[in-house]
Design a protein around this ligand. Structure first.
Ligand SMILES: Cc1cc2nc3c(=O)[nH]c(=O)nc-3n(C[C@H](O)[C@H](O)[C@H](O)COP(=O)(O)OP(=O)(O)OC[C@H]3O[C@@H](n4cnc5c(N)ncnc54)[C@H](O)[C@@H]3O)c2cc1C
Length: 298
């Protein structure tokens, strides 16, 4: 008989919480109850956990800080494997730094700057985990995390395996990692820099963000990717006069048209409806098919 989630987590000494509302685990603050959230505290335990979940036929999904996730309203019959407890200290070695998947990306950017390591300053306003950033190939201000990755640790057959950068095909906001892949950590290789210059650049990127994006509202960052050519998605939506449009508790941000912001009463269905409205209007007016950047769990 296959093991239950409770048995698997207890056997591996992994903390687990059952029937958790996803609205508390995502920055959009929507989402129904998930069957279980598991918090492995070492990469080795995490690798064994997902192997045993696979063997017992349990559906699971990796969960970082939930800043790029839109979770549907209904109950979700799956296990979120959270990397929140994979937060061992960053290991610096010359120009290299190795961090676990649960490490905060903004924290890592600050620490690199303080040590005079340059190459990721533009990633400082991205509020996710390192694992989530690798999965999404997060980027901003002309920087992408893929540009500095030397290797990525993933779970394979119950073990922690290191993949070299050359084996990983990154693209704009895309990595080859699927829902069946759990990223456990990464090694980045940076450039020698100047601590003061890096800190000043970070402050400027953050100031620019605060002036151009609704940084204090509930959101998941940009909802759609930018088209390969032509105007950015935010501009396309803005030009159609859609800023401020509201369905239920979800609104197209008056500050940045590629952001949907929510109030405490929002449901995921409000956001899905707004997404559909934007897509239809952009398709009809501009012939552009918008592609989602935010990941959906339904
Ligand atoms: C205000 C705001 C501003 C933002 N600005 C930017 C920006 O400028 N540029 C940008 O690129 N993004 C931006 N984002 C989006 C988001 O912060 C990034 O995509 C971030 O990298 C997601 O990390 P996370 O830990 O929150 O991932 P999550 O939201 O938890 O997960 C996102 C996806 O990655 C998967 N995943 C997460 N962790 C792992 C793992 N360890 N192994 C395998 N898969 C995993 C999840 O299953 C899911 O499919 C912004 C978001 C907000 C709220």
């Amino acid at each position: 008989m296959p093991k239950s989630i409770e048995q698997i987590c207890a056997g591996l000494d992994i903390a687990a919480r059952f029937r958790q509302p996803m609205r508390r685990l995502t920055s959009l603050r929507v989402g129904g109850e998930i069957a279980c959230v598991a918090f492995p505290d070492t990469p080795e335990k995490a690798a064994k956990l997902v192997q045993q979940l696979d063997e017992s036929g349990q559906r699971w999904s990796p969960l970082g800080y939930g800043t790029n996730l839109l979770v549907a309203d209904g109950p979700l019959d799956r296990v979120a494997v959270s990397v929140r407890s994979l937060t061992a200290p960053a290991r610096f070695d010359g120009l290299r730094v190795t961090v676990p998947a649960g490490y905060s990306l903004p924290r890592l950017v600050n620490q690199c700057a303080d040590r005079g390591l340059s190459g990721i300053e533009g990633l400082s306003p991205i509020p996710g985990s390192v694992g989530g950033a690798v999965k999404m190939n997060a980027g901003s201000h002309g920087y992408e995390i893929a540009d500095v990755i030397e290797s990525v640790e993933v779970a394979q057959d119950g073990r922690v395996v290191t993949l070299p950068r050359a084996a990983i095909d990154f693209a704009y906001r895309h990595s080859p990692f699927t829902e069946r892949d759990l990223i456990l950590g990464a090694t980045l290789r940076l450039r020698p820099g100047d601590a003061e210059a890096s800190r000043a650049a970070i402050a400027e990127y953050r100031r620019h963000r605060a002036a151009t994006q609704p940084v204090n509202a509930n959101s998941a960052g940009c909802i759609f990717k930018n088209p390969r050519s032509g105007p950015a998605t935010g501009r396309l939506i803005d030009e159609l006069g859609l800023k401020g449009e509201t369905i239920g508790g979800a609104t197209i941000s008056p500050c940045h048209a590629n952001f949907i912001v929510t109030n405490g009463a929002a449901r995921a269905d409000d956001i899905f409806a707004l997404i559909e409205r934007i897509r239809q209007r952009v398709r009809a007016a501009r012939g552009v098919e918008l592609e989602m950047e935010v990941k959906v769990w339904d």
